[in-house]
Design a protein around this ligand. Structure first.
Ligand code: ATP
Length: 331
């Protein structure tokens, strides 16, 4: 039996995670859930967005399923997401994006974006002076090596053939240059049999829209990966379609790539697809391959039989989606 720490969080987090939980329970006899507080619910009870107890709970479980938290704009805001990524050393962010519903104006997409998750622009190291603010951006040799190594391992595991390094080394010559050099070296040594390709981040953003089939696996730095995965999600139909896994040497946290979407909270229209597919990624990570496939097939069947969720202009809200998928699994 595997124990999963469920952290629903804020906004639509509890809605989409609630749906995902029901679907996972229907598909697997090998997981049990324990619940933790994060975000607003934690702040209201304990005065902090992430407590040491929640972190301890996350570490004691086999994996975690997280919804979303609403970020605050206050300069002293301590993001619970950045904190757990750091405390649990979740250095790799794995974001597969695949078209489930063909749309006339969009090319189909099937890409895995692997984003360095521990440094880059997300070190929250911003220094004010009387003229403005300087943001420190860290790119270390170790972080580049382990994310490229992760990308190579992931490409092999998922039978993919090509890895594209997305960077801006023509401008950020030292930092992105280091990342690119390490990518080239490691693809020559560890990446034998895989095709290595390189792309500037601005042209990669355009090509994801115009020619998504030219990508297979993308490995990139933190900020670029964050932006490109939303572009890719847009090509696949919207943020409701992009699951995400944060993975480190010991711990893992799976979540939908979207945020807390407070604008649609409580309306019953949030699409639980991304949260559900994040749950399937988690099952696979835990070695429950068959259960993961059951979930993915049931979600695929929902769309293949012509159903559309509200975010795609259809009539199926969160509950209706969940009922259909659970029924399909039970059948
Ligand atoms: P946060 O501050 O937590 O990042 P946000 O609203 O700024 O929240 P997202 O949650 O990523 O950012 O969402 C952007 C928009 O995409 C939302 O306003 C919402 O309308 C839409 N959206 C996001 N997730 C979903 C979903 N699961 N189903 C339907 N629409 C969604």
């Amino acid at each position: 039996m595997k124990t999963v720490c469920v952290l629903p969080g804020d906004g639509i987090g509890p809605e989409v995670i609630g749906s995902a939980e029901k679907i996972l329970v229907a598909s697997s006899n090998s997981i049990e859930f324990v619940r933790g507080d994060i975000g607003e619910s934690s702040f209201k009870k304990y005065g902090t967005y992430l407590t040491k107890d929640t972190l301890g709970l996350m570490k004691s479980c086999d994996s975690c399923l997280f919804g979303a938290v609403t970020s605050k704009e206050a300069p002293d805001y301590d993001s619970p997401v950045l904190r757990f990524r750091k405390e649990l050393d979740l250095y790799a962010n794995l974001r597969p994006v695949r078209t489930l519903v063909r749309m006339p104006s969009r090319e189909p997409i099937d890409v895995v974006i692997i984003r360095e998750n521990s440094e880059g622009m997300y070190t929250q190291n911003e220094v004010y002076d009387d003229k403005g603010v300087t943001t420190m951006r860290r790119v270390s040799k170790l972080a580049c090596e382990r994310i490229v190594s992760f990308a190579i391992g992931q490409a092999r595991k998922s039978m993919r053939r090509k890895i594209t390094c997305v960077h801006k080394a023509n401008v950020l010559r030292a930092s992105d240059g280091l990342f690119l050099t390490i990518f080239r070296d490691m693809m020559r040594s560890d990446g034998k049999g895989l095709t290595a390709s390189e792309q500037l981040v601005d042209s990669a953003a355009m090509r994801l829209l115009t020619e998504p089939s030219s990508f297979d696996v993308i490995v990139t730095l933190n900020l670029y990966g964050d932006i490109l995965s939303d572009v890719a999600a847009g090509v696949a139909g919207g943020l409701g379609f992009a699951p995400s896994g944060n993975i480190g040497p010991k711990f893992s946290v799976f979540e939908p790539a979207h945020g807390s979407a407070p604008d649609i909270m409580g309306k019953g229209v949030a699409n639980p697809t991304a949260a559900t597919l994040a749950g399937a990624m988690m099952l696979r990570h835990l070695g429950l391959q068959k259960d993961a496939e059951t979930v993915e097939h049931a979600v695929g069947d929902f769309y293949a039989s012509g159903h559309l969720t509200v975010d795609l202009g259809g009539r199926h809200g969160s509950e209706s989606f969940t009922d259909h998928v659970v029924k399909s699994i039970r059948r």
